[in-house]
Design a protein around this ligand. Structure first.
Ligand SMILES: NC(=O)c1ccc[n+]([C@@H]2O[C@H](COP(=O)([O-])OP(=O)(O)OC[C@H]3O[C@@H](n4cnc5c(N)ncnc54)[C@H](O)[C@@H]3O)[C@@H](O)[C@H]2O)c1
Length: 422
């Protein structure tokens, strides 16, 4: 069954919310996109995204022009509300749900009987239940599914997002989705709403099971990448090439070691495992250790590059990549940025940063005369040391020959993998 809800409001128009809003609008629904950032709203109104995502601008322009997507800073009445605001951690690694609470508070005045609220933001277990309590305190005239299961005025579900930035539009449609309701009616309503475009397999479950499953997915990735990153340190100490060792080990039919890198970055994987650890610290030593191994990798690489640089009188260091992963412009929690910041702070040398997906350096590196944003060719030609931090496709032309006279620290395995492919 598909939804009878015709007007949808998406609260938070970032990497998740904006493509979701645009996709709903492209299927003929009326979408009201809400964001507190006036600059983002203004940009969206002109049919442009405020971040890079392949093909998003094409869809966005079409749905803004047709009037199916309208962006605003203040929530309005709608039949369904999707909440896709940030859920970061604080410095003490506790979950900061301030934006979710603010988003719920902002929709409470316009909620009406029959509405559906879906939280998409990655949240600690129990957050959907707390959302019901918050909405009830703001709207005592309405009932919610936790205290009125299968007969509440407002439906409330949790549906985590799994998109891979860079492939968001395709993955929104194809990925399997989980709908966790505070009651079954809510889960079914959430599934019916997404049926407007989501064609992948789906599962109905409870809100806490959906919340935990999302956290577990990212903790699983984190633990497995941590194993690869720990191996990179082991191989380094043995003087062995980690990429070759992993390729050999992966010949075993039941071994599949992931790739090491500069660390683990982005908005999700370095953050979400802490939501489990915060709730159950005594049960999660492995999750905590993985976080620490991955967080330590950029320090290790910055130390390595600084040590090499200290052998030169006036070292020039090319750092290839600042984004948290290949082929995106997203610098959030980026290990590469962490390495660049650490080297700049230590005044390790002249830094030539190559990041083809950004137009200016981030604030932490801007305005210094020892740090420049550079082209690949210029940086590699000028550098004594080349740190390959992100395996962007645009760096694929590099090979052992192009950097033959340089000292190379290849955290991304670009050269090793190029050599293997040749
Ligand atoms: N980016 C991803 O690939 C990804 C994947 C899966 C899950 N998630 C989760 O989805 C959620 C959103 O992530 P994102 O990457 O889209 O974040 P984002 O920072 O790109 O976008 C969030 C948007 O919400 C806006 N916002 C903040 N508070 C608001 C409020 N009270 N009302 C309206 N708008 C508000 C911000 O201005 C911002 O534009 C997070 O919980 C994240 O962990 C993200």
């Amino acid at each position: 069954m598909t939804t009878t809800r015709q007007t949808i409001s998406v609260i938070g128009l970032g990497y998740v919310g904006l493509p979701t809003a645009a996709t709903f609008a492209s299927r003929g629904l009326q979408v009201i996109g809400v964001d507190i950032r006036e600059d983002a709203v203004a940009r969206i109104r002109s049919g442009e995204a405020h971040f890079i995502e392949p093909d998003l601008d094409i869809v966005l322009r079409a749905v803004v022009t047709s009037g199916n997507l309208r962006a605003t800073t203040v929530p309005e009445a709608a039949d369904a509300f999707l909440i896709a605001v940030p859920t970061p951690i604080r410095d003490d690694r506790s979950a900061d749900l301030g934006a979710v609470r603010a988003a719920l508070a902002s929709i409470a005045p316009v909620l009406k009987r029959g509405d559906l609220v879906i939280i998409e933001s990655t949240c600690p277990v129990g957050s959907t239940q707390k959302a019901a309590e918050q909405l009830r305190s703001l709207r005592p005239d309405l009932s919610f599914p936790d205290t009125a299961p299968e007969c509440s005025d407002v439906l409330l579900a949790y549906s985590p997002e799994r998109i891979l930035p860079g492939q968001t539009l395709r993955e929104l449609i194809d990925n399997p989705r989980t709908y966790g309701g505070l009651d079954r009616r809510s889960a079914v309503a959430a599934r019916d709403l997404y049926a407007a475009f989501a064609t992948g397999p789906n599962r109905l479950t409870t809100a806490p099971a959906a919340e935990l499953s999302k956290l577990v997915e990212n903790a699983y990735r984190d633990v497995n990448v941590a194993f690869a990153n720990e191996l990179s340190l082991v191989c380094d100490a043995f003087g062995l090439d980690v990429w070759s060792v992993i390729r050999l080990a992966n010949l075993h039919p039941r071994v599949n070691i992931l790739s090491p890198g500069a660390g683990v970055g982005g908005h999700c994987i370095p953050v979400d495992p802490w939501f489990i650890h915060e709730a159950l610290p005594n049960h999660t030593p492995l999750i905590r250790a993985a976080r620490e191994v991955n967080d330590n990798k950029p320090h290790f690489l910055a130390d390595r590059i600084a040590t090499i640089a200290s052998r030169f009188r006036e070292p020039t260091i090319a750092l290839l990549g600042l984004a948290y992963k290949p082929n995106v412009d997203d610098l959030r929690e980026s290990p590469a940025l962490h390495i660049a910041n650490a080297l700049a702070e230590r005044q390790a040398g002249r830094l030539m940063i190559v990041e083809p997906h950004i137009r200016e350096l981030p604030a932490s590196l801007r305005g210094r005369n020892d740090v420049v944003l550079s082209s690949l060719g210029e940086a590699v030609a000028s550098a004594d040391i080349v740190g390959i931090l992100v395996a962007h496709d645009r760096f694929r032309g590099l090979n052992a020959g192009t950097v033959a006279s340089k000292i190379v620290v290849d955290a991304a395995g670009l050269l090793a993998n190029a050599a293997e492919a040749a």
